[in-house]
Write a protein that binds this ligand. Structure first.
Ligand SMILES: Cc1ncc(COP(=O)(O)O)c(C=O)c1O
Length: 401
């Protein structure tokens, strides 16, 4: 079912989905077969080998393509421009293979630590990529950098991890089109429920489906979705040639998670807003960064760009600066009970972490300091538990630090 006019809640459940043609099964079965019989060499039912073709993975890929509004039909591209990978980083790695050796990539300065590590510590060496890190939330800086470096790809993330800057997606699309760069947005923090960059002219959307899309902290996966047929053809070739595909069990589990994505996102946003406002009133907290707060420097842009059912909605991620330094933030993090001290985000359960020591340890010290990822910075992923219980937990933990 590909009706782009359906509401997002319905697209989570029906987008790209149809009952199994052989049995009528309402849910796509987990096809475990690694290979498929051929009647005669090269004569088959469209399935040869599971790295290239897998029914369960295709079902997820079509669903994500629908949710991200790829606009491609199955008659254009078999999975409507959606591609699933073994992890978010596998998706990023495959996407970077669109670039020729020695190409320039203009990248948001504050991105997930693993994205930074892959670019700077792997692809600089193995692919000769020239990596230009710029604060793309500053449109003038984006325009200047694009003019000066003529990048082949512009890589944005919004909201960013972990400082929650907001990048103007429309501006990235416009600047990318003007300089002939492929534009990519890592949409992991917002999910397609809050923003769909392809609708604003971005070429490729990337997800760590490990996060909100999977939603239950029980699967690692990644995805790319494109609205451009030429890029879909190249990505299909790359996905098969490189082979870092998502397996059928993970595709099944992720697709199951997607069914409740809209419901979960609404709750994440509502609870995070309440918690951010509460945190702003706490003495032990120096500063709260949440795009929904009027104090956020990009609040107006976030309000316009991140929408749920016609109203602004700002996601489930909050960053705070605890008063003091490492001893205080460490005590706070050791004291939480309902929030789990763990990497990752976007699950039904609330998580909390220390980016400087955990998720962003791979970012070089000088860059981390320049970005403001200090020892007092703590990142919260607000789950869907009862919000009062979460606030009580933070309250008792903040009193300890
Ligand atoms: C914004 C963002 N992009 C990409 C990734 C990488 O995804 P994965 O861990 O699934 O490889 C992460 C992981 O935390 C992330 O937060």
């Amino acid at each position: 079912m590909h009706d782009p006019m359906l509401h997002l809640e319905s697209r989570c459940i029906h987008g790209g989905q149809a009952p199994d043609p052989t049995t009528g099964a309402v849910r796509p079965p987990i096809y475990t077969s690694s290979t498929f019989v051929q009647e005669s060499p090269g004569v088959h039912k469209g399935f040869e080998y599971s790295r290239s073709h897998n029914v369960t993975r295709f079902a997820l890929e079509r669903c994500l393509a629908n949710l991200e509004s790829s606009g491609l039909a199955e008659s254009d591209d078999r999975t409507s421009g959606g591609f699933a990978f073994a992890s978010g980083l596998a998706a990023i790695g495959t996407c970077l293979e669109l670039l020729d050796a020695g190409a320039t990539i203009l990248c948001m300065d504050d991105v997930y630590g693993g994205t930074n590590r892959l670019l700077q510590r792997v692809r600089r060496r193995s692919q000769g990529l020239k990596v230009v890190l710029t604060d793309l939330s500053d449109v003038d800086a984006l325009e200047r950098a694009a003019k000066e470096h003529r990048p082949a790809m512009i890589w944005a993330e919004t909201p960013t991890n972990p400082t929650l800057k907001i990048v103007d997606i429309g501006a990235v699309a416009r600047v990318g089109a003007a300089c002939g760069a492929i534009t990519v947005v890592d949409n992991t923090f917002a999910s397609p429920i809050l923003q769909r960059p392809l609708e604003s002219g971005i070429d490729i959307v990337m997800h760590s489906v490990t996060k909100y899309i999977g939603g239950h902290s029980d699967v690692v996966g990644g995805a790319l979705v494109t609205r451009r047929l030429d890029l879909a053809e190249r990505l299909r070739f790359m996905q098969n040639a490189i082979g870092s595909v998502m397996g059928p069990f993970d595709a099944y589990l992720t697709l199951r998670g997607v069914k409740t994505l809209a419901l979960r996102m609404a709750r994440h946003c509502e609870s995070a807003m309440s918690i951010a406002k509460w945190l702003e009133r706490q003495n032990a907290v120096d500063r709260v960064v949440y795009p929904g707060l009027a104090s956020h420097p990009h609040h107006a842009l976030a309000a316009a760009q991140m929408r749920l059912n016609g109203a602004s909605a700002f996601g489930g991620m909050i960053t705070i600066f605890v008063k003091g330094g490492l001893p205080e933030s460490r005590r706070f993090l050791e004291q939480v009970r309902m929030f789990s001290l763990a990497e990752s985000l976007g699950g039904v359960e609330s998580l909390i972490e220390h980016p400087a020591i955990m998720t962003h340890a791979s970012v070089p010290d000088a860059e981390r300091h320049a970005l403001g990822i200090s020892d007092s910075l703590v990142r919260l992923s607000v789950g869907i538990e009862r919000v009062d219980d979460l606030i009580n937990d933070l309250d008792q933990a903040l009193k300890a630090c």
